[in-house]
Design a protein around this ligand. Structure first.
Ligand code: XLS
Ligand code: NI
Ligand code: NI
Length: 439
């Protein structure tokens, strides 16, 4: 059965195409920096935004019109699972991601939830076998159900903690069965509202315990996916523990978990934290922790996770710049954790939105590759720090220098004066030039 009858397979037509249902820049087999675009850009569909969510917001009901609307509970879940493959096929997406509750209804008990998950995973497994589509990652939703109002790993209630553990255990089994490349932990409600009722030390220790249990269980069952943590500074709680990349890396190091995890970084979470996305990617990259991306963008005028499809060529360029400099994302990929706006309620909008996101990342990839090939920033930066390649600078870098040796040097040296411009304006103009002219 066709769930998206009005749309046929999207293909590349080039930058002059006026067909809205065509890629203008994403040309999967085109070679960029030695690899095909498709290899660079492991795009994934977010099951929750694309298939499960209906556009409800705090002020209004769902608006989305979908072909499975008339079905209920498990039948609706089955229809969505089938629709997933039609969507990915038509959209030329090779990967997808989901939370447990996106794919299957929770039912009345944990046992029932497990069995609903199994029913849907049968369909997903079958669909993956016949289509070749892959699971980039799955995760457990431990934030929507009211039982998680105080958190999951950070809850004050041990029974709730155990329930969360049961969801993670099942998630890893599902990940193994479907051959997931990664397993994600996004903090959900792991954070707090007020210190007046919070034992922060215990909460963080318990979160780390849950992560360690997951690492152990993955080993036990032979799950080979990469573990990822997705930082976010706020929303739903006021203070999310995994605030940003730097905070999350420090957390993982404290609990000796850094060898087992990398980061899944989301653009909108970066800006909520007061960072650019490229800042977060750079922090992860220089620490060897860059794992995967949640591609989206926030609205500069709104202070929450609006999860819009990425549409900025600047952001896309600087994002792909970090990805290329990282030599790719390994097991990770680029998940469109993005949703259409509430008034974009027609199924066609899902396609148009993904086309725009995939195209901007494809173009960003090409610009970034050219910037790297021409060593535009590399040469400037190398020159800017060149004083560390010889003399006293080389002694500092090699660890030979001491406070005494440097003081001695400074005493006998002329007082240093600023003698180099940072040339930011020029560099931005060059970036513009590359964006505007890259073929
Ligand atoms: C919410 C997060 C969430 C994670 C997966 O803000 O982005 O969607 O990606 O749990
Ligand atoms: Ni996300
Ligand atoms: Ni988010």
């Amino acid at each position: 059965m066709a769930y998206f009858e009005s749309v046929s397979k999207i293909s590349y037509e080039g930058s002059r195409s006026t067909n809205p249902y065509a890629f203008k820049f994403y040309n999967p087999k085109e070679i960029v920096a030695g690899k095909t675009m498709e290899e660079h850009l492991k795009f994934a569909m977010a099951y929750w935004h694309t298939l499960t969510a209906g556009g409800a917001d705090p002020f209004g009901a769902e608006t989305a019109v979908r072909s499975w609307d008339k079905l209920s509970t498990i039948d609706k879940a089955k229809a969505r699972a089938e629709a997933a493959f039609e969507f990915m096929e038509k959209m030329d997406l090779q990967y997808y991601c989901f939370h447990d509750v996106d794919i299957a209804p929770e039912g009345a008990s944990l046992r029932e939830f497990y069995s609903n998950i199994d029913t849907i995973v049968d369909i997903l497994e079958q669909g993956m076998k016949s289509s070749g589509k892959k699971l980039l990652w799955n995760t457990a939703n431990m934030f929507t159900n009211p039982r998680y109002m105080h958190g999951a790993g950070s809850t004050c209630n041990a029974d709730v903690y155990a329930y969360a553990a049961a969801q993670v255990k099942k998630g890893l089994e599902v990940g193994k069965r479907l051959g997931a490349d990664n397993y994600v932990f996004w903090g959900g409600r792991e954070g707090y509202e007020t210190l007046l009722n919070t034992d922060m030390g215990l909460e963080q220790d318990n979160i780390a315990r849950l992560f360690s249990m997951a690492v152990d269980y993955a080993k036990e069952i032979g799950f080979e996916g990469q573990f990822l943590i997705e930082p976010k500074p706020k929303e739903p709680t006021k203070h999310q523990y995994d605030f940003d990349a730097a905070t999350t890396i420090a957390f993982l190091q404290k609990y000796n978990l850094d060898k087992h995890f990398k980061l899944n970084l989301e653009a909108n979470h970066a800006t909520l934290a007061g960072h650019t996305f490229e800042h977060e990617l750079r922090v992860a990259r220089i620490n060897g922790m860059l794992g995967s991306l949640d591609a989206n963008q926030g609205d500069p005028l709104l202070g929450w996770d609006t999860d819009e499809f990425p549409a900025s060529i600047y952001d896309a360029t600087l994002t792909l710049y970090e990805v290329l400099k990282n030599d790719g994302l390994g097991k990770g990929g680029i998940n469109f954790d993005s949703k259409v706006r509430r008034p974009s309620f027609e199924p066609e909008d899902l396609f148009l939105a993904h086309i725009s996101g995939m195209d901007i990342y494809a173009k960003g990839l090409k610009v970034a590759a050219k910037l790297i090939e021409d060593r535009v920033f590399d040469d400037f930066i190398a020159k800017r720090y060149s004083s560390f390649t010889e003399g006293v600078g080389a002694d500092i870098v090699s660890g030979k220098a001491t406070l005494a040796s440097l003081a001695d040097y400074a005493l006998n040296n002329e007082t240093p004066r600023p003698n180099q411009s940072g040339r930011q304006e020029m560099l931005r103009a060059t970036l513009n030039q590359y964006i505007l002219t890259a073929e």
